[in-house]
Design a protein around this ligand. Structure first.
Ligand code: KG4
Ligand code: ZN
Length: 337
């Protein structure tokens, strides 16, 4: 079984090839990615119309690149997977349209994949994949969720953000600090030069025993702290504020994730989504896990943010689990929300 996977929900176009190997397990054989970050940078955020147009330009060359890396040709493909949502409607339509066009030309079926399931299963692309069951901490630009995962398609939501996502908190705070887009990695870089205890920032919902998050208040606190620093804060002051912001976000994520694993009676945590690339989050989660002899699994760093590999992998795993009914009729519908 050879799956071609297409991701186009936001500002990265990703196309990848996953194929079942002789040991029966699906493996990543080709992976091509184009990030539109440079194009959106000038606007301080993603411009949906520009994103759609660029996905159109990139998707076919990337498909060729991924297939050639896997040493396959288009006619080898058995099923074409695409991100069905959530994401930007126009951007999703490009990936879905390309997937359906390729599949129709090959007379092969398509499968629409939930973007978050892609993130959730992305650690299975790593050399040391997790085993079920586990608790998953999904931290992306649009979502922050804790989930109990008993198998492919067996997901129960334990808690989620009631307002902003963790990635959004990173991005919005970075914007306030005058850092570029995307803000998360920029804020994390600046934070390495700062004192995480310099500013006292709120840890919303930290002491509530549920698995819910709230990050909207943090952005307001960062804004207030910046105002107090006056018109021209020094680089050190900005670095201190960046480090304090990161410390607040990471402390809440780590505390709630550890509590969720304990409450579930499990010993395995899987972290996925863009914020999973944050090295301070990884450092603290690794320390917490080591102390308790738990295992923490992450996707490879390059596969934390959006990519086609996770979509192809999720499709292969759903097919293997007998959960996905491939669509033979190309009547695709995207689900932005
Ligand atoms: O999963 P992702 O690529 O896209 C969504 O599905 O949203 O996540 C993007 C988010 C952005 O908010 C970005 O700022 C954040 O992940 N991010 C980071 C880091 N790398 C990416 N946040 C903190 N530290 C990082 N190193
Ligand atoms: Zn994503």
């Amino acid at each position: 079984m050879i799956v071609l996977g297409i991701e186009s929900s936001c500002d990265e176009t990703g196309v990848a090839v996953v194929a079942r190997q002789s040991d029966g397990l699906p493996r990543l054989l080709g992976d091509a990615l184009y990030s539109q970050v440079k194009m959106h940078e000038a606007y301080g955020g993603v411009v949906p119309e520009l994103a759609s147009r660029d996905h159109i330009r990139r998707v076919i060359p990337l498909a060729r690149q991924a297939l050639s890396q896997a040493q396959f040709t288009l006619s080898d493909v058995d099923v074409v997977a695409f991100t069905r949502g959530p994401g930007l409607a126009g951007a999703l339509l490009v990936g879905a349209g390309a997937a359906c066009a390729i599949a129709a030309a090959l007379d092969k079926p398509t499968i629409g994949i939930h973007h978050l399931e892609g993130h959730l299963l992305s650690p299975f692309l790593s050399a040391d994949p997790p085993r079920f069951p586990f608790v998953a901490l999904l931290v992306s630009g649009g979502h922050t969720q804790l989930m109990r995962v008993d198998g492919v398609g067996q997901y129960s939501l334990l808690g989620e953000t009631i307002d902003d996502a963790a990635g959004e908190a990173f991005d919005k705070s970075a914007k306030l600090l005058g850092l570029g887009y995307p803000g998360g990695p920029a804020l994390a870089r600046l934070a390495t030069q700062g004192d995480p205890a310099a500013f006292e920032l709120p840890r919303p919902l930290l002491h509530q025993r549920n698995a819910d998050f709230s990050f909207a208040g943090l952005k307001t606190a960062v804004m207030t702290a910046l105002k107090r620093l006056g018109d021209d804060p020094t680089l050190q002051q900005r670095a201190d504020l960046a480090a304090s912001t990161q410390a607040a976000i990471v402390e809440v994520l780590v505390t709630k994730a550890v509590r969720a694993v304990k409450a579930a009676g499990l010993t395995r945590l899987v972290v996925a989504g863009g914020v999973g690339a944050n090295s301070e989050l990884r450092r603290q989660l690794n320390a917490a896990a080591q102390k308790r002899a738990w295992q923490v699994h992450y996707p490879e760093l390059a596969l934390c943010t959006d990519n086609g590999a996770m979509i192809a992998m999720a499709a292969a795993m759903r097919l293997d689990a007998g959960l996905a009914a491939p669509q033979p009729d190309y009547g695709f519908d995207v689900k932005p929300r």
